[in-house]
Design a protein around this ligand. Structure first.
Ligand code: SF4
Ligand code: SF4
Ligand code: SF4
Ligand code: F3S
Length: 334
């Protein structure tokens, strides 16, 4: 029996990220970083990161690293290189702030990459260039490739909430989890010689408090809850309305982070400024990210938004707007 089948959680913590609302402010990134990854060897770890799409992402080229499952078989994948993570920046604050060395406060010249390195670059030619922000974290997958790959059984899926956790006591530094995760979300700490990854803020979840990334989201673009709770916004968006989709579903890990695809962006325009009827973000790109079902999902989103613009009620738009933060988050545990 595949290892990931040995742990069927009683409940599954689930996240939904609304790409129409994320403003790329990185507040969630910083909230996670300050809370969990400020220790030795963790400089480059962004359990939570927000990247510009289209773009190389973080670590660079992660979407091409391999891993996951193909026809049910675990794919080995590769470890990102140091340069794909980028060398942590070195700022000479002393020189800049106190010694007038205005040219010396620059990233290390060896830096070639970093979190959101290609910020707002996107793709396409003016005036039809486009981009959006793609927040990423561990997907707490139903079929975690990381768990399947670890030769030391150091990764487990928690029975109570389905959060996937690395037991650092048990981790022997094999790094096969880093290779196998197709989302590049386990990070290897070279000082501790242990892998670390998003822990789903489980100490908060156990108290019925939302994860730091969701709680701090300035754009109110995130939802978190249990998928079996029919009253939760995650259930309504994933199960009832079916407008929240996993990223790269073909990687075979069955993510539990879902995305509301960007459906309300500007339309193409010609060089005289005449507005056309096609969105600037090509459907082919969204299909590449979220699979063919994204066409139905974006159509539903646009139909429901049109209702609202005509002053008719829309339950879907009400859920996405999230008039009360409490309705978007697990609280209390039910
Ligand atoms: Fe494991 Fe990667 Fe899935 Fe997270 S996203 S559970 S690290 S396979
Ligand atoms: Fe970080 Fe917690 Fe969000 Fe995971 S759930 S990305 S640990 S803030
Ligand atoms: Fe996007 Fe919210 Fe994160 Fe800001 S805090 S980058 S709006 S998900
Ligand atoms: Fe296992 Fe990854 Fe540690 S494969 S031993 S959890 S580095």
């Amino acid at each position: 029996m595949a290892k990931e089948m040995q742990t069927k959680p009683e409940r599954q913590l689930t996240f939904v990220v609304d790409l129409n609302k994320c403003i790329g402010c990185q507040t969630c990134t910083v909230a996670c970083k300050r809370l969990w990854t400020s220790g030795p060897g963790q400089d480059f770890m962004y359990w939570r990161n927000v990247e510009t799409a289209p773009g190389t992402g973080y670590p660079a080229n992660w979407a091409d690293k391999g891993g996951g499952f193909k026809n049910g078989e675990l794919q080995k994948g590769r470890r990102p290189t140091l340069m794909e993570y980028g060398v942590p920046f070195n700022f000479d604050y002393q020189a800049r702030l106190f010694e007038g060395g205005k040219d010396r406060v620059r990233p290390s010249p060896t830096a070639r990459s970093g979190p959101n390195w290609d910020e707002d670059q996107g793709a396409g030619e003016f005036p039809n260039n486009y981009y959006f922000y793609l927040p990423r974290m561990c997907n707490h997958c139903t079929k975690p490739a990381c768990l399947e790959a670890c030769p030391n059984d150091a990764i487990y899926k928690r029975a109570a909430d389905g959060i996937v956790v690395i037991n650092t006591e048990q981790c022997k530094g094999a790094q096969e989890c880093v290779q196998a995760c197709p989302y590049a979300k386990p990070y290897f700490n070279q000082i501790a010689q242990k892998a670390n990854k998003c822990i789903g803020c489980f100490p908060r979840i156990e108290k019925g408090v939302a994860t730091a990334c969701v709680a701090q989201c300035v754009g109110r673009a995130m939802h978190v809850g249990f998928i079996d709770d029919a009253n939760s916004s995650v259930h309504k968006l994933v199960k009832t309305w079916k407008v929240a989709l996993p990223l790269y579903p073909e990687k075979g890990t069955e993510p539990n982070v879902f995305y509301i695809p960007p459906a309300f962006g500007p339309m193409v325009e010609d060089d005289k400024g005449n507005i056309g009827s096609e969105p600037k973000i090509p459907m082919s790109y969204l299909v590449k990210l979220f699979g063919a079902d994204v066409q139905r999902a974006t159509a539903t989103l646009r139909e429901e938004r049109a209702k609202r613009m005509n002053n008719a009620p829309s339950d879907l738009m009400a859920v996405l707007i999230g008039h009360r933060s409490a309705d978007m988050m697990i609280s209390p545990l039910t």
